[in-house]
Design a protein around this ligand. Structure first.
Ligand code: UDP
Length: 251
């Protein structure tokens, strides 16, 4: 058995949350090469099926984890279960805590969210993790012509951890396009709405929702416009079942 489970061709690392953290901490310490952290959900896997560029980018991840129940369920259907669901927002916070303990030796940079969100997230995380060195922030509403300037600011800040929270697939594509220009960054974390959570703008689902695998329901109730995302889940599960049938007919 390899160390990745492939769901519709998109790889997910067979790791526990603890193993994922250890791999990220080793990357932050410079013990492994540059690493991108992605957390593809059913909607992104479906997109990747129609977008070979996105497909290749997702599979270039140094660490790819299942943040949602849809992917966990798909792995189970395929008879190749993943150890556990790993919320990206928690991995991100664990990295912030780790960097805080090393102060200015581990600067972090926060890119994404509406104007003011990344800054507020930085302030709140500094209060929670004294010692955290936020070397810069920028909102996520820029056009590609502004990217070189943002990349320049990140490069000169000495950041080793970069949050890229632009929503999928924009964040994954942004990382793929710019990672070579940022050799000092050791971990690129594509973590969607995490800055909204760290800033306090968005509340995470109560523990009971998370335990029951219903975080998606909580988020949809709070942000009804997210409902269209759920419509991709049945198509995703149909694709997974087709993959299962194909596997069976090969064996
Ligand atoms: N966002 C951004 N730039 C954009 C589009 C979105 O910075 O052009 C931000 C948005 O403000 C939000 C995050 O990206 O903070 C996407 O959050 P979402 O909850 O949709 O993340 P996902 O569920 O895709 O991980």
């Amino acid at each position: 058995m390899g160390n990745r489970v492939f769901i519709c061709g998109v790889g997910f690392d067979r790791v526990t949350a603890k193993e994922a953290e250890d791999r990220l901490f080793a990357a932050l310490d410079g013990q492994v090469g540059q690493l991108s952290l992605f957390t593809p959900n059913p909607e992104i896997v479906e997109l990747a099926c129609r977008d070979p560029e996105l497909h290749a980018i997702l599979n270039s991840a140094g660490l790819s984890v299942a943040d949602g129940v849809g992917v966990i369920r798909a792995a189970r259907i395929l008879g190749d279960p993943l150890p556990e669901r790993i919320p990206g927002v928690e991995l991100g916070e664990a990295m912030l805590a780790y960097c805080a303990a090393k102060g200015k030796e581990r600067p972090v940079w926060l890119l994404g969210g509406k104007p003011g969100v990344a800054e507020k997230a930085g302030e709140r995380m500094k209060e929670k993790y004294p010692g955290l060195f936020v070397a810069g922030t920028a909102d996520g509403y820029f056009d590609e012509t502004q990217s070189p300037q943002i990349v320049g600011r990140i490069a000169s800040s000495g950041a080793v951890l970069l949050f890229v929270c632009l929503g999928a697939p924009k964040q994954e594509k942004w990382i793929a396009a710019h990672r070579a220009s940022l050799p000092g960054v050791r971990v690129f974390a594509a973590l969607g709405g995490s800055l909204d959570v760290y800033s306090g703008e968005v509340k995470r689902a109560p523990a009971i929702f998370c335990r029951l695998g219903l975080e998606w329901l909580w988020r949809t109730l709070r942000e009804p416009s997210r409902i269209r995302r759920l419509f991709t889940v049945p198509a995703f599960l149909r694709r997974v079942r087709r993959q299962k049938r194909l596997q069976k007919s090969k064996n």
